[in-house]
Design a protein around this ligand. Structure first.
Ligand SMILES: C=C(OP(=O)(O)O)C(=O)O
Ligand SMILES: [Mg+2]
Length: 429
């Protein structure tokens, strides 16, 4: 019955993310179902992202979300009661109108993200459908290739690596569960490789569960992973490929127009040469944010030069925002686009962004945040939109594993209908 889908209650409470910071949790009840959404939170954020509403002061070490939660319980709740939970576009439009700013700074992108996700889950639950089925329809059956950040650097770790993520890609697997098994073998062996070389105190992990050894050189990080791949009985370039998120806005010196990597200063064109040497040496097929978030021209240059060899992905560059993606399309800046719902703040805007990317031949990559939660939402999202790739950290730490476990469950549900594309999304160029 249509009335089953009407929203009866919208409630906000404080939850904790994987860094122990408070975040917004939304619980939406329809007349027959329930959905819960929790906003994740980034550390290497783009300046173009939706603003998280945070309370200052000493409480919650200045990271409080009490104001966001009270806005959710008052303004948002009042506006959404009795709306049809299936009308995601309408509900997200109401949130956008209620906020009334360009960057969600009034309600907070953390508030709108949690609510938008919770509404979709409540509707799926009411319809008695799996979330990926509800969001993606009967054709949703592609399991994404996981790209696993197994060495952490940048602002996610306390070492000297400028690049933020050193990524393992199980391209040779035939199924999602096999991709996880193979990757975990390498992840476990990597611990031994690091321990042998740098001592057992060097095997602690960073924010996304990857190891954070005391390295000064990115080449060394890739080399350790290559050794772990070999030790596991696999071959780099067939069973596995590698990737990286440079997150280069974090080490760009705007005044001098140089990037500081591995103790050296690079101009944009010198950095392209450095990336190229790493790409060739380590079978790299994924490169995220190679340049500063405003430097579209350098993105265009590297995509022109290397875009037929690998996926070059904009994260901070686009911030899941169609306006920045339009600029990227006009400038042929990338052939991949990262997708983080909380960068823009609603599901509808996220879907618009994914559609635009796909229409333009740009591969969307569904992503977690470095501060994430047990909510596996992005696993369903990746299958629903057939992104082909998901980035959700190392296969350890429960906030990352929750997404992998959900994908294993979905693969099980789909049975012989499940498709795992392996390397294909990276070379569909
Ligand atoms: C996941 C990332 O980190 P954060 O969530 O800190 O932006 C990223 O940069 O891709
Ligand atoms: Mg990134």
């Amino acid at each position: 019955m249509d009335s089953d889908f009407l929203i009866r209650e919208v409630k906000g409470i404080v939850a904790l993310d994987s860094r122990g910071n408070p975040t917004v949790k939304a619980i939406v009840k329809t007349n027959k179902g329930i959905g819960v959404g929790i906003a994740p939170s980034g550390a290497s954020k783009s300046s173009k992202e939706a603003i998280e509403l945070r309370d200052g002061g000493k409480k919650w070490v200045g990271m409080g979300v009490n104001l966001a939660v009270s806005k959710l319980n008052e303004e948002v709740s009042q506006r959404l009661i009795n709306q049809d939970s299936r009308q995601q576009y309408l509900i997200d439009s109401l949130l956008i109108a209620l906020d009334g700013t360009k960057n969600k700074s009034s309600l907070g992108g953390n508030t709108t993200t949690a609510v938008s996700i919770a509404v979709s889950k409540a509707a799926a639950n009411t319809a008695n459908l799996e979330l990926y089925e509800y969001l993606g329809g009967p054709s949703a059956r592609i399991l994404p290739t996981p790209i696993l950040n197994i060495i952490n650097g940048g602002v996610h770790a306390g070492n000297n690596l400028a690049f933020q993520e050193f990524i393992l890609i199980p391209t040779g697997a035939r199924t999602f569960i096999d991709a996880m098994r193979m990757s975990i073998e390498v992840y476990k062996n990597l611990k031994g490789v690091i321990s042998e070389k740098y001592g057992k105190t060097s095997t602690n992990v960073g924010d996304e569960g990857g190891y954070a050894p005391p390295l000064n050189e990115s080449r060394e990080a890739f080399s350790l992973i290559e050794t772990a791949i070999k030790k596991s009985g696999y071959e780099l370039g067939t069973d596995f490929h590698l990737g990286m998120d440079a997150a280069s806005s974090e080490f760009y010196n705007k005044d001098k127009k140089v990037y500081k990597v591995d103790g050296k200063e690079f101009t944009s064109s010198e950095l392209i040469d450095f990336y190229e040497s790493l790409i060739n040496e380590f079978s790299i097929i994924y490169l995220e944010d190679p340049f500063d978030e405003d430097d579209f021209d350098s993105f265009s240059e590297i995509t022109k030069k290397l875009g037929n060899k690998l996926l070059i992905v904009g994260d901070d560059l686009y911030a899941t925002n169609v306006n920045y993606l339009m600029t990227g399309i006009k400038k042929k800046a990338t052939n991949g686009a990262l997708v983080k719902v909380n960068q823009i703040g609603t599901l509808t805007e996220t879907f618009d962004y994914i559609r635009l990317a796909k229409e333009s031949g740009i591969i969307p990559v569904i992503s977690h945040r470095s501060g994430d939660t047990e909510d596996p939402f992005i696993a369903d999202l990746a299958v629903a939109v057939g992104s082909g790739i998901i980035k959700t950290g190392a296969p350890a730490r429960s906030e990352r594993v929750s997404k992998y476990n959900r994908l294993i469950e979905i693969e099980n549900q789909l049975g012989p209908n499940a498709i795992y594309l392996g390397k294909e999304p990276f070379v569909r160029l």
